[in-house]
Design a protein around this ligand. Structure first.
Ligand code: NAD
Length: 423
């Protein structure tokens, strides 16, 4: 395996955290323990080995996963992660969160996730393509427009989705647009998909600002992670006049209390491949960034960033979870006690799967929408989900996370009960 020897970001077992969260939802919403036992497991987990001919003539064998958590409400949907620290339990937790996210948004999907243990930055384009095509071949009977529909996640992008689409289509003998979302526009992608996750986060922050009676220009934000989600969120918030005081990538971050000029930051990252060395900004570590003084902290990288070890030092009054699972349950409890509001992942980063749903629908109909239509429909869905979660939070006197997960789990439980247990 050509995986970099890094210290994993996973301090605790993510699947145990996800199932503990589910049990807590079961208690708060008084759900049938039999159902919680069913929903606490993944329907299917596939592990594959992926032999790849490397450029130097050697053969590397990578380990890959594809997990379906639940299909009670429709085909399963979820991203594919390429990262050295991917584990089966991480993929299972991410698949479970996808089930809740799709249900909260009212989409006709269940949850899935995939991953390959690799460092994509260390692979040449040819190696990456061969690995992606072989991984796709290994899971080809598990995916499909009516079965399970992958999308981008950490370390994968529209180029990788194009290879998955092509490999699947070559094997079927015709183009199958609905097999994967997050595709390039030239092969059936949707306008607005690239920035949709960040746009969904923006809509949540906008909805919150209305509740708080403040304008977006009155907030300051620190963003961890400068990939698809983090960089687009920085750009969109900057355009709204929000002060972006810090951003980071895996090497560390840059900070300016007066506010960064985000277009300059994006240009610097594009030119140098890193944020380090940005002029007129102080260097900060990713650990320091979590504790910076600001109104909103938006973790948009990996899981388990805010834990019981640092939750009492977070200075932001709002955490917007652009990433999946960045706040652990133990940290959640500390933040709630301190009055820090968490916009949970299943709500705050759901924009991506909503526009993925639109891409899937457009692909099945072979009829494509304008970008303003996509964004307007996205806004409708995210704003409605935010309002439902907000009302439930107040009526149940619980956290926004519990409220969001509760609405979602109740919907999946209802579909499961209505369908009945087979046989
Ligand atoms: P990406 O690969 O485009 O970007 C990841 C970013 O995180 C990069 O800037 C990378 O340098 C940085 N990073 C990696 N390790 C880090 C570390 N230890 N500390 C700080 N930064 C680190 O990935 P993405 O698609 O932007 O996904 C980010 C998060 O958002 C993930 O949790 C993902 O599951 C979630 N998410 C993504 C989408 C989507 O549509 N892409 C949708 C919903 C949720």
């Amino acid at each position: 395996m050509s995986t970099a020897a890094t210290e994993s970001h996973l301090r605790e077992n993510p699947f145990e955290l996800a199932t503990a969260q589910l049990r807590r939802v079961g208690e708060v919403f008084a759900l049938d323990p039999n159902l919680i036992r069913v929903l606490g497991q993944c329907k299917k987990a596939v592990e594959v080995s992926i032999p790849v001919a490397m450029d130097d003539g050697s053969i590397e064998v990578y380990q890959g996963f594809r997990v379906t958590h639940n299909i009670a409400r429709g085909p399963s949907k979820g991203g594919i992660r390429y990262h050295p620290d991917v584990t089966l339990d991480e993929v299972k937790s991410l698949a479970m969160w996808m089930t809740w996210k799709c249900a909260l948004m009212g989409l006709p999907f269940g949850g899935a996730k995939g991953g390959v243990v690799c460092d994509p930055k260390a692979l040449s384009p040819g190696e990456l393509e061969r690995m992606t095509r072989r991984y796709t071949s290994e899971i080809i009977n598990d995916i499909g427009p009516e079965r399970d529909i992958p999308a981008p996640d950490v370390g994968t992008d529209s180029r990788v989705m194009a290879w998955i689409f092509d490999t699947y289509s070559m094997n079927k003998g015709h183009s199958v647009l609905g097999v994967v979302t997050g595709k390039p526009l030239s092969v059936g992608g949707s306008l607005g998909r690239e920035e949709s996750t960040a746009r969904g986060s923006l809509y949540c922050i906008q909805a919150l600002s209305t509740k708080q009676g403040r304008r977006l220009s009155e907030y300051s934000v620190a963003i961890q992670g400068f990939g698809n989600v983090g960089s687009n969120l920085a750009r969109l918030l900057h355009n709204e006049g929000t002060k972006v005081v810090a951003v980071s990538d895996s090497r560390g971050g840059v900070y300016d209390a007066a506010g960064l000029d985000v277009p300059t930051v994006i240009a610097h990252k594009q030119e140098h491949g890193r944020l380090e060395g940005l002029a007129n900004a102080d260097a900060v570590t990713n650990e320091e960034l979590v504790e910076l003084p600001c109104d909103i902290f938006a973790p948009c990288a990996l899981e388990q960033v805010v834990t019981e070890a640092n939750a009492d030092r977070v200075k932001a009054t709002v955490i917007c979870e652009g990433a999946n699972g960045p706040v652990t349950p133990a940290a959640d409890a500390i933040l709630e006690d301190r009055g820090v509001l968490v916009l949970p992942d299943v709500l705050a980063n759901a924009g991506g799967v909503v526009v993925s749903y639109f891409e899937w629908v457009q692909g099945l109909q072979e009829y494509f929408w304008r970008e303003d239509e996509v964004n307007a429909k996205l806004h409708d869905i995210v704003a409605r989900a935010f309002e439902e979660a907000w009302i439930t939070r107040e009526s149940r006197a619980t956290s926004l996370r519990m409220a969001s997960y509760g609405i979602a789990v109740e919907r999946v439980a209802e579909a499961t009960t209505t369908r009945g247990l087979y046989p």
